[in-house]
Write a protein that binds this ligand. Sequence first.
Ligand code: FE2
Length: 225
Amino acid sequence: MINAENTADGRGLTPRLGDRLLAAGADVLTLGNHTWARDEIRGYLAGSERVIRPANVASGLPGRGWTVAPAADGTPVAVVNLLGWLFLDVAMSPFEVLDAVVDEALRAARVVLVDFHAEATSEKVAVARVLDGRVTAVVGTHTHVQTSDARVQPGGTAAITDAGMTGPHDSVIGVEADLAIRRMRTGMPVRFRPAEGGVQIEGAVVDCDGDGRATAIEALRVEVR
Ligand SMILES: [Fe+2]
């Protein structure tokens, strides 16, 4: 599972880039608050089994909030995408849809991964607690800064508040630092450009048993030279 919402020059995903990530080996792509940044994503989401958007968006929008894909050994793995409510512009609280979406996913697969795309650490810890014992892992995304709290909770659900960013870390969360700082200093609009230096692959690796119970989680950080 890859959260791909910043793939297209840092904002949104295009069908071409989505296809490239899938061809490179990604099983499922998830999105977040930049889901609709590119117009062409609408038709792509409507026709895609492997590219999903958050489940808690306004009803009637294209795409799906969860899907199932086989792991390398054939085990069905469900992936759920939810968007945080705190400090983000969201039509509906994730808590409104979380139970129904997770129950649906559990009917399709024992192994269930949740990408909780959210700003606030408190909300991410809370969702991980709510889902403990029900899903395999709750992996936070969106802040681009990897947290050091990877853990398996008492009920058997792995969690990490944020898996971090695969991209240029010599930056302000992916943006050329000078541009991000100029916008903050002046309050004036500044066109952002993705940075290029210090590329790292970040994420998390979760081990689980056949019942979908997590046995380990490890944060991953690899420098790309
Ligand atoms: Fe985001």
